[in-house]
Design a protein around this ligand. Structure first.
Ligand code: HEC
Length: 154
């Protein structure tokens, strides 16, 4: 019984979506976006991520990612930026304090940014991992979602 309800709900919302979509006549997508993922691919993610960076991270980590000596660490080729995505996403979700970065101590406090959406966190980290001389794989919203689900706030 429950299952039938669910199937019905899914089917009717699909129908509704189809009707809505057919009513909004969007121009055909330009050819260069063909083949990109639903979120527009890595380069679109980097573009969106830059906006998030300017709003959320710039004040501390600076426009060039160099940070502020003794206060806020750089985001240039650090093991956190280039390393394990799990740790990196958790830094954004939970903030960070009192960790040595590349042999230097920093006395600033990074507050949690768990109010950002999965997509915003994915975009900003994809931007950081592909800016300031960094080169590392994109972070996807699905990855952030999975990490957030297992994240236990301290
Ligand atoms: C209020 C200032 C502040 C803001 C805003 C901030 N950070 Fe931080 N961030 C810090 C500080 C301070 C540390 C290091 C804390 C420590 O000493 O352990 C840090 C550490 C980090 C680290 C790990 C260390 C490194 O340098 O590799 C990453 C990655 C990072 N921040 C990314 C971000 C991103 C992405 C944003 C925006 C979503 C952001 N931060 C916003 C201050 C800030």
């Amino acid at each position: 019984m429950k299952k039938r309800n669910l199937v019905f709900t899914v089917a009717s919302s699909l129908l509704l979506a189809t009707v809505l979509m057919s009513q909004t006549k969007k121009p055909a997508a330009p050819a260069k976006t063909a083949g990109a993922t639903a979120s527009g691919g890595a380069s679109a993610s980097i573009t969106r991520g830059k906006q998030v960076y300017l709003e959320q991270c710039l004040a501390c980590h600076q426009v060039d990612g160099a940070g502020v000596q003794g206060m806020n660490p750089p985001l240039v080729k650090t093991k956190f930026v280039l390393g394990d995505k799990n740790t990196l996403v958790k830094i954004v979700l939970n903030g960070m304090q009192g960790v040595e970065v590349e042999g230097e101590e920093y006395h600033g406090v990074m507050a949690p940014h768990s109010d950002l959406t999965d997509a915003q966190i994915a975009d900003v980290l994809t931007y950081v991992r592909n800016s300031f001389g960094n080169k590392a794989k994109a972070v996807t919203a699905a990855e952030v979602k999975a990490i957030r689900a297992k994240n236990k706030p301290a």
